[in-house]
Write a protein that binds this ligand. Structure first.
Ligand SMILES: *[C@@H]1O[C@H](CO)[C@@H](O)[C@H](O)[C@H]1NC(C)=O
Ligand SMILES: *[C@@H]1O[C@H](CO)[C@@H](O)[C@H](O)[C@H]1NC(C)=O
Ligand SMILES: *[C@@H]1O[C@H](CO)[C@@H](O)[C@H](O)[C@H]1NC(C)=O
Ligand SMILES: *[C@@H]1O[C@H](CO)[C@@H](O)[C@H](O)[C@H]1NC(C)=O
Ligand SMILES: *[C@@H]1O[C@H](CO)[C@@H](O)[C@H](O)[C@H]1NC(C)=O
Ligand SMILES: *[C@@H]1O[C@H](CO)[C@@H](O)[C@H](O)[C@H]1NC(C)=O
Length: 574
């Protein structure tokens, strides 16, 4: 009766009730479809994963426009984290054999040499492989350094559960060697640039940094638990360094997390919402240092991110400025003309459900100066303060936030075609599915959002009580000395320069490209540069004469630096 009066007072009786029954029936019908859709894309016997090795997740069965018939480390890890949660929380123990297949497959994949390197020279940063566990050699945005962290997180979650269930042997003998390779990679490389999770921008990326932090924290705790103490202090040191760096993405003036340090966009990006839900730890409460879903920073960020989609998609025209809207990856997106994505829209709902669960667990809700604009969407008169769960402000706000979360699920529901298949995107004008069909990650995002909606609390990973060092320390990591020699005949007044994909090669800058020298060695021009070890990079030569710049013809040269020592690269201008 009280709830009825409350919604009646808001004049929402009709819409709120029809929305809640729509969402309820959508969740009931879509849950089994999403789960079956996810399992259909896993080899060897998934019905839509023909050709995939055992335990390999096909990103989508789509083979053209776009071709997603690959195994991405990120997608696979997020999908298997979902499965591992279902098994370890006792929701569906029948999936246990899938996990065994996955572990077997990843142990193989880690050892496959690829364009990013070998297992010991950077190959763990390779983003995607063919579904038969062989390397994809084509050009791509590599490396992507979130993959090893996400894989470690999935496996650590399973390892902790096995330890709780008297299976330490498997953890020590089989899982730990896989986890350690990934964590050593994260520990050594977190301070290097990376392609972001959308594979477009090479810089530093919030999602990557956030999941790297999580993996090192829980990796250190697991190592302690199984007596692998030699790595503990190294992982702890780097976890603190990463957490320190994580703070730098926060933009205090505009109240949001800038998703990437490069790329020249607003930085409002689903990247940040996905980071919050995939690093949720209910034991950490609403801690802002780890950007927990109910932290003031993550809530402020959520509002800014969602608002950046108001008015840009025709399907959202006429939607009230405080109601749920369809959201995509980032407002400047032009991929497939830039559309809303299911996993982004469901991700917003999931952050809100996670926040609601956390407030209930904490027993109160804080409104701070930072989160005030977020809360004002639900109650224009709300003021900063702490509201106990027994207070009417708490009830009013949480009821409205729950309805808001349901609104995002209702949007996914509205644009889910009959049959329930979830593609990657839905058209911003017509709402019909666009891009890859049966995207495994879309299905996983539905399952985790529905899980949070139903009250599922995933295992804690040690976010509680972490402290941010007062001064940040980088980790440039080991470096090597590389000499570039290029044969190039030049005219008087003309010089040869070098630029490439890493900081030390000036991030492809024409203006700041590095000058080579040619004396007695002419026509060989030469330069020795200190570069990060075990790193794959691309570079090109260019010539400058009297203010005119000419780049060598495509393709780029590429190089993987050795783990140590010196190296000489011999090229010819083209
Ligand atoms: C693996 O799959 C790729 C892509 O379909 C194919 O080109 C390659 O020949 C396959 N390799 C093996 C060993 O089957
Ligand atoms: C330990 O866990 C692994 C991985 O799921 C499983 O294959 C193995 O049978 C388990 N061993 C025992 C003794 O339960
Ligand atoms: C490396 O860490 C330092 C200190 O936090 C930071 O200033 C720098 O931007 C980081 N660089 C990358 C590429 O992560
Ligand atoms: C290269 O890009 C990174 C990340 O955007 C930035 O921190 C760094 O300063 C840039 N380096 C140069 C030499 O421009
Ligand atoms: C650059 O300008 C100088 C002086 O005008 C001229 O002698 C020279 O040929 C020019 N070089 C090129 C490569 O155009
Ligand atoms: C380049 O040439 C030097 C000496 O001529 C040689 O020692 C080096 O191995 C060459 N580098 C490569 C990558 O072939």
């Amino acid at each position: 009766m009280r709830l009825l009066q409350f919604v009646a007072a808001l004049g929402l009786v009709g819409t709120a009730f029809s929305q809640s029954s729509t969402v309820k029936s959508y969740v009931a019908s879509e849950s089994p479809i999403a789960k079956a859709g996810l399992l259909a894309n896993i080899g060897p016997s998934g019905s839509k994963s023909s050709g995939a090795s055992s335990g390999v997740v096909v990103a989508s069965p789509s083979t053209s426009n776009p071709n997603y018939l690959y195994m991405w480390i990120r997608d696979t890890s997020l999908v298997f984290k979902t499965i591992i949660d279902q098994v370890t929380l006792g929701q569906d123990t029948s999936l246990r054999s899938q996990i065994d297949n996955y572990i077997h497959a990843q142990a193989i994949i880690q050892q496959v040499s690829n364009p990013s390197g070998t297992v010991s020279t950077g190959g763990l940063g390779e983003p995607k492989f063919y579904i038969n566990e062989t390397a994809f050699e084509g050009s791509w945005g590599r490396p992507q350094r979130d993959g090893p962290a996400l894989r470690a997180t999935a496996m650590i979650t399973f390892a902790n559960w096995l330890l709780d269930n008297n299976n330490a042997t498997f953890v020590t003998n089989t899982l730990w060697p896989i986890i350690k390779l990934d964590l050593d990679y994260v520990s050594a490389n977190w301070n290097q640039t990376t392609f972001d999770l959308w594979e477009e921008i090479q810089s530093s990326s919030f999602f990557t940094t956030a999941v790297q932090h999580r993996s090192l924290r829980e990796g250190s705790a697991l190592a302690t638990r199984i007596g692998q103490t030699s790595v503990v202090s190294g992982y702890d040191t780097q976890a603190s360094n990463v957490l320190c760096f994580l703070q730098s993405y926060w933009n205090p003036t505009s109240g949001y997390i800038t998703a990437n340090t490069g790329g020249g966009r607003s930085g409002k990006d689903s990247n940040t919402v996905l980071a919050s839900i995939h690093t949720w730890d209910i034991a950490a409460g609403c801690d802002a240092a780890t950007f927990q879903p109910c932290s003031d920073k993550a809530l402020s960020n959520l509002k800014v991110y969602v608002d950046s989609f108001r008015g840009i998609y025709p399907i959202s025209s006429g939607i009230d400025a405080s109601a749920a809207v369809a959201v995509g990856r980032y407002p400047e997106d032009v991929y497939y003309n830039g559309n809303p994505w299911y996993l982004a829209t469901l991700g917003v709902a999931e952050q809100l459900y996670d926040a609601l669960l956390t407030w209930d667990s904490v027993g109160s809700l804080d409104v701070t100066d930072v989160s005030l604009p977020f809360f004002k969407q639900f109650s224009s008169g709300v003021t900063t303060g702490t509201y106990a769960s027994s207070s009417s402000t708490y009830s009013t706000l949480t009821a409205a936030i729950r309805a808001y979360a349901e609104g995002f699920v209702a949007i996914a529901a509205k644009y889910t075609p009959s049959g329930g298949g979830l593609s990657e995107q839905f058209d911003k004008s017509t709402g019909v599915p666009v891009s890859a069909v049966d995207l495994t990650w879309s299905y996983a995002s539905a399952l985790t959002a529905f899980g949070a909606r139903a009250g599922t609390k995933t295992a804690s990973w040690g976010a509680k009580g972490v402290t941010v060092p007062s001064q940040c320390t980088g980790n440039a990591g080991p470096s090597v000395s590389v000499t570039f020699n290029v044969q190039a005949t030049t005219q008087v007044g003309e010089s040869i320069y070098l630029a490439g994909s890493v900081d030390a090669l000036q991030n492809w800058s024409t203006e700041y490209a590095l000058l080579l020298s040619a004396g007695e060695t002419y026509p060989t021009w030469t330069l020795t540069v200190t570069l990060p070890a075990s790193t794959s990079l691309q570079y090109k030569y260019l010539r400058k004469a009297n203010g005119t710049v000419t780049w060598q013809s495509d393709p780029d040269f590429s190089l993987t630096t050795p783990a140590s020592g010196t190296f000489t690269q011999n090229d010819t201008w083209r």
